[in-house]
Design a protein around this ligand. Structure first.
Ligand code: NAD
Length: 334
C-alpha cells in the first residue's frame, strides 16, 4: 500500500503529537517534509523521521522532486499566518489538516471556509481532535442510542494555571485572535457542536487578567436545537489562571456521563434516581491524534466519511467566538 506523504508545516509544540500519530500509522503514513522558520527545530525533527527540512512552505513547493510526492499538509503554525499556506496547498492539490482554531479573525475564517467549499475535491479538516478522544466518542454513542432520553446539557471546562500564557503568542490577539476563549474553549465549542449540533451564543463573560492581552478566562453559554426542535444547553469554561480541570459532563433526561481527561478511557455514568456511579472502562484506546490522522488519511485515500471537523464546522465555532468577544460584560475587556 502506498504511504500517504505528508508535509508538516510548523514544528513547535503540537507538531510532536502529529508526529506521534504518524509514527502510530507508519504503515500508511510518512512525514516527508517539515517546514518552519526555525530551521534548526525543523531539522531536528526531520532527521529523526528521515524527512527533509525547509524554512517555509514555499521552499517545499519549489523543491519539485519532494513537492510532487506530497499528498497532504498538516498545518501547525499560529493561526494568523495560515491563509496563504492553505491557498498554496489547495492550488497544489494537497489535502489539508489544519490545527485549531480555524483562524485568528472571522474574516480569515470565512475566506478559508469559502476556499474549502470551492474545492470539494480537496479534504480540508480542522484538527478538533477531541472528536476522537475515546471517552467523548463513547459518550456520543450512549447519547445517540436513545436509551437515556433526550440530551439536555453539555458542561465542559478546560482550565489550568498557566501564567506563561501572559507572554505567549496564544494570548496576543494579533496572532491568536484573543486568549483562552479562542485558543482553548474553541475545542469545547467544537465538542458541543459534535455532541449537540451547531452552537448559538446565549451569553458570555470574559475576563482579561493581563493588560493588552486576550481573555485569560471565559465563561460561555451556548444553545443548539435537537431533532425535535428542543433546546440543548452548553456551559463552557476556560481559563489560564485557575486550578487544573479538563472535564466534560453530558446530561440527558435519564443519566449523566462524566469524562475526566486526568482519568483517560474511563467514563462515569450516573443514572437519575439510582445511587452510586458506574465506571465504564474503555480499555486501551488509540490517542485522539492517532484516531484523527487515521480518519484524515482514510478520507483522502478511500473517501471514507468520518467525524473529522470540516472548515464549515470551524467557521461555526469562529462565529460563536466572535459573538462572545463582542458580548463582554465587564468594562476592562470591552
Ligand atoms: N489540538 C490541540 O490540542 C492543540 C494543542 C496545542 C496547540 N494547538 C494548536 O496548534 C497550533 C500551533 O501551536 P504550538 O503549540 O505548536 O505553537 P508553537 O509556537 O510551539 O509552534 C508554532 C510553530 O510554527 C512556526 N511557524 C510560524 N510561522 C510559520 C510559517 N509561516 N510557516 C511554518 N512554520 C511557522 C513557529 O516557528 C513555531 O515553531 C496553534 O494553532 C495551537 O492552537 C493545538
Amino acid at each position: 500500500m502506498k504511504q500517504t506523504s505528508i508535509c508538516l508545516i510548523g514544528a513547535g509544540g503540537i507538531a510532536a503529537a502529529h508526529i506521534d500519530a504518524a509514527n502510530f500509522l507508519s504503515s500508511s503514513v510518512k512525514i516527508t517534509a517539515i517546514a518552519d522558520p526555525n530551521l534548526e527545530v525543523a531539522q531536528k525533527l526531520a532527521t529523526n523521521l528521515d524527512a527533509k527540512a525547509y524554512t517555509n512552505f514555499e521552499e517545499v513547493l519549489a523543491d519539485s522532486a519532494i513537492a510532487s510526492t506530497i499528498d497532504a499538509v498538516i498545518i501547525c503554525t499560529p493561526p494568523s499566518v495560515r491563509l496563504p499556506i492553505v491557498e498554496a496547498a489547495i492550488k497544489n492539490k494537497m489535502h489539508v489538516l489544519m490545527e485549531k482554531p480555524i483562524a485568528s479573525t472571522l474574516e480569515d475564517a470565512e475566506k478559508l471556509t469559502q476556499l474549502a467549499a470551492q474545492n470539494p475535491q480537496i479534504t480540508c479538516a480542522i484538527a478538533y481532535c477531541h472528536r476522537f478522544e475515546s471517552g467523548i466518542t463513547h459518550i456520543k454513542k450512549l447519547v445517540e442510542s436513545g436509551d437515556f432520553g433526550r440530551l439536555v446539557r453539555v458542561e465542559n471546562t478546560f482550565a489550568a494555571p498557566a501564567p506563561q500564557m501572559k507572554d505567549h503568542w496564544m494570548s496576543d490577539p494579533k496572532v491568536s485572535g484573543g486568549g483562552s476563549l479562542i485558543d482553548t474553549a474553541c475545542h469545547s465549542l467544537d465538542m458541543f457542536q459534535y455532541l449537540a449540533g451547531t452552537p448559538e451564543l446565549v451569553g458570555a463573560v470574559l475576563f482579561n487578567g493581563w493588560e493588552g492581552r486576550g481573555e485569560s478566562n471565559a465563561t460561555v453559554l451556548v444553545a443548539a436545537t435537537d431533532k425535535s426542535e428542543l433546546p440543548v444547553a452548553g456551559t463552557i469554561n476556560s481559563g489560564w489562571n485557575e486550578a487544573m480541570r479538563f472535564q466534560v459532563n453530558v446530561v440527558t433526561e435519564k443519566a449523566s456521563f462524566a469524562y475526566d481527561y486526568c482519568k483517560p478511557n474511563i467514563v462515569s455514568k450516573q443514572t437519575a434516581g439510582v445511587e452510586g456511579i458506574e465506571e465504564i472502562n474503555l480499555g486501551d484506546q488509540p490517542g485522539r491524534f492517532g484516531g484523527q490522522l487515521k480518519a484524515f488519511v482514510e478520507k483522502i485515500t478511500n473517501g471514507t466519511e468520518s467525524d473529522l471537523a470540516t472548515f464549515a464546522d470551524g467557521l461555526n465555532v469562529a462565529n460563536v467566538i466572535a459573538d462572545a468577544q463582542g458580548h463582554t460584560q465587564c468594562e476592562c475587556c470591552s
